[in-house]
Ligand binder design. Structure first.
Ligand SMILES: [Zn+2]
Length: 369
C-alpha cells in the first residue's frame, strides 16, 4: 500500500495534463481521444495489433498494424490457428499468402512512416520481437506529450526480424515479462554456439534433434541459425506455413532453396535433418529423438523437466531484466507503466530513480491520466 501511494503521487504529478488523459485503462491500454485499443484480446471497433502472437489480438473490425503483421494476423484469423494452439493433425492443404481471406479490415502502417489518426500522430517503430512486431509511438499535439507503447520487444539484432529502433517519449508503456533479476539471459552468441554444438553432437550419433519453439518468431529464427550453419530443416506444417509468410516478406528461410521442407507428421525424417515443432507437440513417428526446448524460460531451474525435454536453451525474443532497464534509460520517460511483469520490477525502477507504476491494476481506471 505504501508503494502504491508513492507511485500514485508521482504519476499524478507527471501526467495530470490539465486534467486530460493521454490513455486510460479499460482492461487493457486504450488511447484517449482516438479510442484506439492496444493489443486487446477481445474484439474492438479499432485496435492496434503490435504483432501476431495470440495474446495480442482478437477479430477486430479494424486492425492497425504493420504490413507484415497484417499478413500474419489475417492468416491466423483465416485459419483459426492462433498461437499454435490449434494445430493440424496432418499436413494441411497448401496455403499461400496470396490466398488470404481479406474480409477483415486492416490499416497497414509501415515502420517509421507517421500517420494521422483521430488527432494523434502515430508511428510504428521496429520492436525486434518477430516479423512485423512494432512499438507504437504516439504524438499528442493537443497535450504536447509523446507516448511509446512497446508491446513485446527485444534489444539487439535478430536474424529474422528488424532490429529495434528506440525513440524518446514522455510516457513509456512497457512489456516487462522478464522483470526479475534472475531473468538475466546469457549472451545470445553463447546460447547460439551451445545450440549448434549440441545439435551437431546429436546428429553425429545418428539421432534426430527435435527443437520445440513457438510457431511464430522463435521457430523461424532457429531455422535461420541452423541454415546458416549448413543444416537442413523439417518444420511442422503449422510452422512451415508461417515461414512461407516470412519468405513472402523477404526473410529467406530455405524454402525456395529446398533446405527447409514441411514435416510429414506420420513419417520419420531422413538422417541429418533437424526437426522443429511447436511447444509440447508430440511426434512419435521416429525413434532416437533428442528433444530441445528453445525458450527464454529455460533460464529457470528445472526447465527441461517442466518442458519434458532432454535439453533447454535460453534463446529469447523478449528483453531480459537488464534490457528492460536499458530500455527505460534509452526512452528516458517522465513515467513508465509496466505490463505483463512482476510488481517487484516496478519497485526496482522506482528505486533506480525512474518513476514507474503497474499498468494492470483495477484502480487505474480512476487514477490513469
Ligand atoms: Zn509476442
Amino acid at each position: 500500500m505504501v508503494l502504491i501511494a508513492v507511485l500514485t503521487a508521482r504519476c499524478t504529478g507527471v501526467n495530470s495534463l490539465r486534467g486530460e488523459r493521454v490513455f486510460f485503462w479499460d482492461r487493457g491500454i486504450r488511447l484517449a481521444g482516438a479510442n484506439l485499443a492496444m493489443d486487446f484480446q477481445r474484439p474492438q471497433a479499432c485496435a492496434f495489433v503490435s504483432h501476431a502472437h495470440a495474446d495480442h489480438f482478437a477479430k477486430h473490425q479494424l486492425a492497425l498494424c504493420t504490413p507484415e503483421t497484417a499478413t500474419l494476423y489475417l492468416y491466423r484469423l483465416a485459419t483459426n490457428r492462433a498461437g499454435g494452439r490449434k494445430l493440424p493433425k496432418a499436413t494441411p492443404k497448401v496455403w499461400t499468402p496470396e490466398q488470404i481471406d481479406d474480409k477483415h479490415r486492416v490499416k497497414k502502417t509501415p515502420y517509421l512512416e507517421p500517420i494521422d489518426w483521430g488527432g494523434l500522430r502515430l508511428t510504428a517503430y521496429p520492436a525486434g520481437h518477430c516479423l512485423g512486431s512494432a512499438m507504437l509511438y504516439v504524438e499528442n499535439p493537443q497535450l504536447g506529450k509523446t507516448l511509446l507503447y512497446t508491446g513485446d520487444f527485444k534489444l539487439g539484432a535478430s536474424r529474422t526480424s528488424r532490429e529495434i529502433v528506440i525513440p524518446h517519449a514522455d510516457i513509456l508503456i512497457m512489456e516487462s515479462t522478464f522483470g526479475l533479476p534472475q531473468h538475466r539471459l546469457p549472451p545470445r552468441d553463447a546460447v547460439i554456439a551451445d545450440l549448434l554444438q549440441k545439435v551437431r553432437q546429436v546428429l553425429t550419433r545418428h539421432e534426430t534433434p527435435v527443437l520445440y519453439a513457438y510457431s511464430l518468431g522463435k521457430s523461424q529464427e532457429v531455422t535461420r541459425i541452423l541454415l546458416d550453419d549448413g543444416l537442413t530443416i523439417r518444420q511442422h506444417p503449422a510452422i512451415f506455413e508461417i515461414s512461407r509468410i516470412y519468405e513472402h516478406h523477404g526473410v529467406a528461410l530455405g524454402i525456395q532453396s529446398g533446405e527447409t521442407l514441411p514435416l510429414i507428421p506420420e513419417q520419420p525424417v531422413e538422417n541429418g535433418c533437424v526437426v522443429i515443432l511447436p511447444p509440447f507437440h508430440s511426434w512419435k513417428s521416429q525413434a532416437n529423438q533428442v528433444r530441445f526446448a528453445v525458450t527464454g524460460w529455460a533460464i529457470e531451474s528445472g526447465a527441461s523437466y517442466r518442458f519434458g525435454v532432454e535439453e533447454s536453451l535460453p534463446l529469447s525474443d523478449h528483453a531480459d531484466y537488464d534490457d528492460l532497464i536499458q530500455m527505460v534509460r534509452q526512452v528516458s520517460p517522465e513515467i513508465t507503466y509496466c505490463t505483463h511483469g512482476p510488481l517487484a520490477f516496478v519497485d526496482e525502477l522506482n528505486s533506480l530513480g525512474f518513476p514507474a507504476r503497474p499498468a494492470s491494476r483495477p484502480w487505474q481506471q480512476r487514477l490513469f491520466f
